[in-house]
Design a protein around this ligand. Structure first.
Ligand code: NDP
Length: 245
């Protein structure tokens, strides 16, 4: 039986892309899922699909910029499944633009979702995991958490922050609780749909011509989860073979 079977797993940003692909893959391996995002129609459809295939899943409408909603997500998971084995802090946005475009409101949202959302996710599950002396927090960073490119200053800043926070978390609570950073390159999802700056959008569309499927990231996440308790996969960096950045 898969090591994933029976694990209670929360996924934020589960309504599309990497979160959705991960939900499907972990459900196939017997995980009990609690899926979170803002778009209820997408979550509802995904849960129905997973259940029709014999899997276990439920959802909560959550805006990760609201700490109370992220806490309610963890509380509901404990209520339904009795434990939280894995928290996947995946929700994120990438509205690329050069700093001199002064899209300050987008900077704010990127920081709120990509950094504070991850911190709220950690805060929501840490007490239960510490009480259980067991748990696994998986944070989605990026190749953009390893390299900075023009137009990516703020996004890269948030993804560097996710790596720093994850490494701090590992050092502080790593004895019993595992901490994994997943850093993908270009993956075909809805992520580039929300770039409002025309030049940045064109650049991203060019880079994403070689994007790989979200199932590649789902497999990396499953690999980290399925290791025995004493093995902590600290980071997986994966790219399309053809990606230079
Ligand atoms: P998608 O745009 O397909 O998915 C993003 C998810 O985040 C959606 O489910 C969206 O759901 C959710 N989300 C956005 N804002 C919020 C919010 N405020 N509260 C709750 N959920 C929110 O993109 P990806 O699947 O690609 O992105 C997933 C993660 O992977 C992100 O952190 C991204 O930075 C990272 N990543 C992606 C790469 C890529 O090339 N695709 C490369 C490297 C990292 P909803 O709108 O319903 O709330």
């Amino acid at each position: 039986m898969s090591q994933i079977s029976g694990k209670s797993v929360i996924i934020t940003g589960a309504s599309s892309g990497i979160g959705e692909a991960t939900a499907k893959m972990l459900a196939e391996q017997g995980a009990k899922l609690m899926l979170a995002a803002r778009r209820e129609d997408k979550l509802d459809k995904l849960v129905a699909e997973i259940e029709a295939a014999g899997g276990t899943a439920a959802y909560q409408i959550v805006d990760v910029t609201k700490q109370s909603q992220v806490q309610a997500l963890a509380d509901e998971t404990l209520k339904q499944y009795g434990k939280i084995d894995v928290m996947i802090n995946n929700a994120g946005i990438m509205p690329l633009s050069r700093l001199d475009q002064l899209l300050v409101e987008e900077w704010e949202r990127t920081i709120d979702i990509n950094i504070k959302g991850v911190l709220y996710g950690i805060a929501a599950v840490l007490p239960a995991m510490q009480k259980a002396n067991s748990g696994h927090i998986i944070n989605i960073s990026s190749v953009a958490g390893h390299a900075v490119f023009p137009g990516g200053a703020v996004y890269c800043g948030t993804k560097y922050a996710v790596r720093a926070i994850s490494e701090g978390l590992r050092k502080e609570i790593g004895k019993d609780i595992r901490c994994t950073i997943i850093s993908p390159g270009a993956v075909a999802t809805e992520l580039t749909n929300h770039i409002t700056d025309e030049t940045a959008s064109k650049g991203a569309n060019q880079l994403y011509e070689i994007a790989i499927g979200a199932d590649a990231v789902a497999r990396a996440i499953a690999y980290a989860i399925e290791q025995p308790k004493e093995v902590d996969i600290n980071e997986i960096l994966l790219r399309p073979t053809a990606q230079e950045l």
